[in-house]
Design a protein around this ligand. Structure first.
Ligand code: ADP
Length: 650
């Protein structure tokens, strides 16, 4: 038997076409279709079909509602339910409602036909498998073309930064895909709340340049307002604006981060074919691409503006700036740096090593310890200019060096050191005389108790001045590089001596003085006298600035090709704001100025000596908890003839 009447109810046009035109009709079924549950119900009641195939999920009247209503009305038309999921619960429910069979999406044509045969065993004796008519392959071809156009636009959006080209392509594609007469892209001007044409295809040029549409009373404005597409068919003329009428139009919103910024539209002035849902879907996809392109272009413009500003700042500054990427290639060098190093900007993109012949600068970038993010060094040029270079690591960028000309500061420092050294030297003679005569005083006749006390005070003051002068002279000598008595020394022995020498002082203060020296410390090369002074100074400070009963720990060990010494105390600590200055000459913390004796020169001497030995020193401290001074010295091999005691400066 053939010619059974099947009522197909589905709100998806594609599925309706597929089942009706390509699966059931070729098999000889007489198919009637309904686009939703309500229409389906009407047709089921009036047409009394042999079979109903109905989609479960439909708005308002669902497939199950429809079947239940039919049952209530006393109809027992066999039904097949199309559903997107399968479950026992659903099966039981649908069969209870009178459904004979159900199929689950996605299904093949044979599955549907099998279900139909289960319900109507004699039905559909047409060809075994559906024959797709010629227009199916044409349809497929069209879909493929649409798809490849969309993919093409997608690619050009992601690869093109030129917004004009992208917009033009989008509009061309809009016209081609929907078969529209013309297309336009309207953007919202937030200042006036009006829409203007940003790009257009096939539109009158004058209209393009003059059109301004109020959001309040225009069709495009309606889309801005609702954020929903607008599809108006060909029933009568539609007004875009006075004197500009179209037969049909399709507008979709242009959204950037959920904000509607404009409208992408196509319309027909001559063409009478109305736009379809499919056109709407494609135009929406194009609108998404357009939004991305506009956002990309905005980001690009912002980045470019920022870059121009940065470039202006960099070329205007007197400081030298060099940026090196993680691979060691120069990615930026400003004008000031180009002038100083006598290079052009053509060195950008080349390795720093080969581009600038400055080993100290190259070392600053390359000789970084693991995890080090900051480095500072002085770079002296041949023409007496000195730069203070600061290299910082920046994630994803590489290393940035900023160099300031400190020649004038260096000169000031030199003059100051020279002055101090001359003055302190010249003070020694009169001081010696004072001390000598004060001592003679007591021997040259009887003195009373009061006079004896005054003499004692005088002697103490002279001693203090003498220490200060010695410190100043030491510092002058060390800084000037006159202090070059080098030889082999054992750090372990120096540390032990210093600690032993200071143990009585610590004991007097009831402090615990701990010593931990690793057995593997190798002999080293340097100025033993000065290094003793360094250790004595650090341990002496630790004892001095730690209250009674506290603990001082001195520890030394080897770390690859260097030795590390740490002096840790549980003392008063140093305020973070003062920590950067404690190695400066004459710096004494406000908190110790009146309570602890000192000249403020000890740590400057320590730093100078350590730096002369190629080492480093730093402090970590917490106010009220204690301080840790860490000194790192490279292990230096003695020169080939160890007999030469006056080796060149380190
Ligand atoms: P002095 O000890 O003669 O004051 P230094 O140059 O040795 O001078 O030290 C400079 C300043 O650093 C000290 O005055 C003190 O404020 C601070 N300081 C040094 N060592 C310590 C320490 N172990 N604990 C707390 N403060 C310290």
């Amino acid at each position: 038997m053939a010619g059974e009447r099947v009522l197909l109810i589905d709100d998806d046009e594609d599925i309706r076409d597929l089942i009706a035109d390509y699966i059931l009709s070729p098999k000889g079924f007489d198919v009637s279709v309904a686009k939703d549950g309500a229409e389906g119900l009407q047709k089921a009641l009036h047409e009394d079909p042999d079979l109903i195939i109905v989609d479960l999920m439909m708005p308002v009247v669902s497939g199950l509602d429809l079947i239940r209503t039919l049952t209530k009305e006393g109809r027992d038309t066999p039904c097949i339910l199309i559903t997107a999921y399968g479950s026992e619960r659903l099966a039981v429910e649908t069969f209870r409602a009178g459904v004979r069979d159900y199929i689950i999406k996605p299904f093949k044509d044979v599955e549907l036909l099998e279900a139909v045969h289960r319900v109507l065993p004699d039905a559909g004796q047409g060809p075994a498998s559906p024959v797709y008519p010629r227009h199916t392959s044409q349809q497929l071809e069209t879909r493929l073309r649409e798809l490849s156009t969309l993919i093409g636009i997608g690619k050009s959006v992601t690869s093109q930064l030129d917004l004009e080209t992208v917009l033009q392509r989008v509009l061309e594609a809009g016209v081609a895909l929907t078969g529209a007469d013309e297309a336009s892209l309207l953007l919202l001007d937030p200042a006036t709340n009006e829409l203007y044409i940003r790009a257009a295809k096939n539109l009158d040029e004058e209209l393009v340049s003059t059109l301004r549409l109020k959001v309040r009373d225009s069709l495009a404005g309606q889309v801005i307002h609702t954020g929903e597409p607008l599809l108006i068919g060909s029933d009568g003329w539609q007004k875009i604006k006075t004197s500009y009428l179209v037969k049909s139009l399709l507008y979709v919103p242009l959204k950037v981060k959920e904000r509607v910024i404009g409208v992408l539209g196509v319309d027909n002035k001559v063409n009478t074919t109305p736009f379809t849902e499919r056109d709407q879907q494609m135009l929406s996809a194009l609108a998404d691409y357009t939004a991305i392109a506009i956002e990309n272009a905005q980001l690009f413009a912002e980045t470019e503006a920022e870059w121009r500003m940065l470039e202006a700042v960099l070329s205007g500054t007197e400081d030298l700036v060099i940026v090196v990427d993680p691979a060691g290639d120069i990615s930026l060098i400003n004008k000031a740096a180009q002038e100083v190093f006598q290079v052009g900007d053509d060195i950008v993109g080349t390795p720093l090593r080969s581009a600038i012949d400055r080993p100290d600068l190259i070392e600053l970038f390359e000789a970084r310890a693991d995890g080090e993010t900051n480095r500072r060094a002085e770079i002296a040029l041949g023409d007496d200019r000195v730069f203070n270079a600061h290299v910082t690591s920046i994630d994803d960028v590489g290393w940035v060096a900023v160099m300031q000309d400190i020649t004038h500061l260096k000169e000031l420092d030199r003059i100051k050191s020279e002055f101090v050294s001359v003055v302190s030297h010249d003070l020694r003679s009169p001081l010696t005389a004072i001390l000598g005569y004060v001592e003679l005083l007591s021997r040259s006749g009887p003195i009373n108790e009061k006079q004896a006390e005054f003499i004692q005070r005088l002697q103490r003051s002279v001693q203090n001045i003498t220490i200060l002068i010695s410190d100043l002279l030491d510092l002058g000598r060390i800084e000037a590089g006159f202090d070059q008595e080098m030889g082999s020394y054992h750090l372990a022995a120096l540390v032990r001596d210093a600690v032993d020498g200071l143990r009585p002082t610590a004991e007097l203060r009831h402090q615990t003085l701990d010593l931990r020296i690793a057995p593997s410390l190798p002999p080293n090369w340097g100025n033993e006298l000065r290094l003793r002074q360094v250790i004595g100074n650090l341990v002496g400070n630790a004892i001095k600035f730690t209250p009674e009963g506290g603990t001082v720990l001195v520890e030394a060990h080897r770390d690859e090709d260097q030795v590390v010494m740490r002096v840790q105390d549980t003392g008063i600590g140093i305020h973070p704001s003062e920590q950067p200055y404690i190695f400066d000459k004459f710096f004494r913390s406000d908190t110790v100025a009146n309570t602890h004796q000192g000249t403020g020169l000890g740590l400057s001497i320590v730093k100078s000596v350590i730096e002369r030995h190629g080492g480093r020193i730093w402090v970590e401290s917490e106010l009220g908890k204690g301080s840790t001074f860490t000194m790192v010295l490279p292990i230096i091999a003695p020169p080939s003839s160890e007999a030469s005691v006056a080796a060149p400066a380190l």
